[in-house]
Every structure is written in C-alpha cells, then in structure tokens.
Design a protein around this ligand. Structure first.
Ligand SMILES: [Zn+2]
Length: 88
C-alpha cells in the first residue's frame, strides 16, 4: 500500500531540499491538511503545512502534545537510521 501524497513543489525551509511528496508514518492516513506536521526527509526539520500545502518551520514550543512529540522523534530517528543504512 502506497501512502505517498503528491504536494505542490517547494523547498525545505531548513536545508533547501526539494519536497514534492509526503509519506504518512501511519498507514491509511488521508492526504496532508493545513496544520498537519511533517518532517524533512533529508534534514529531519519539523515543519507544518500551510493553507496551500507548502511548509514552514515549526517554532520551538509550538507543538505541546506529548504523543505528537513522541511520534515526531520516532520518525526523525527512523529517517536518520535509513540515511545511515543507505549506501553512499
Ligand atoms: Zn530539510
């Protein structure tokens, strides 16, 4: 099952990586909506979708939900692990 969603093309505000799709960490999650949190696949910056589904960096302390923070840290670890395992 492919949970990848195509997005308007834009650059990561932290590292400049071109972002044009999002993959949900939860199977069967609907397409991203404004206000949803996303993580850059390259630098693992935490970002939030705007109304037009481009992204902006999340401000420190903006996300207070403990479960959300735990999910974000888990996703960041998974991305970094995948980067380490990727042959260079
Ligand atoms: Zn980035």
């Amino acid at each position: 099952m492919d949970d990848s969603h195509t997005l308007p093309s834009h650059d990561c505000p932290a590292c400049g990586t071109r972002l044009d799709a999002a993959t949900s960490i939860c199977e069967g999650t609907p397409a991203p909506r404004p206000g949803d949190v996303t993580i850059c696949i390259d630098c693992t910056a935490v970002m939030m979708f705007a109304e037009d589904l481009t992204v902006r960096l999340v401000k420190p302390g903006e996300i207070r939900d403990r479960d959300a923070l735990r999910d974000i840290r888990r996703a960041q670890r998974a991305i970094r692990r995948a980067q380490e395992e990727r042959p260079s």
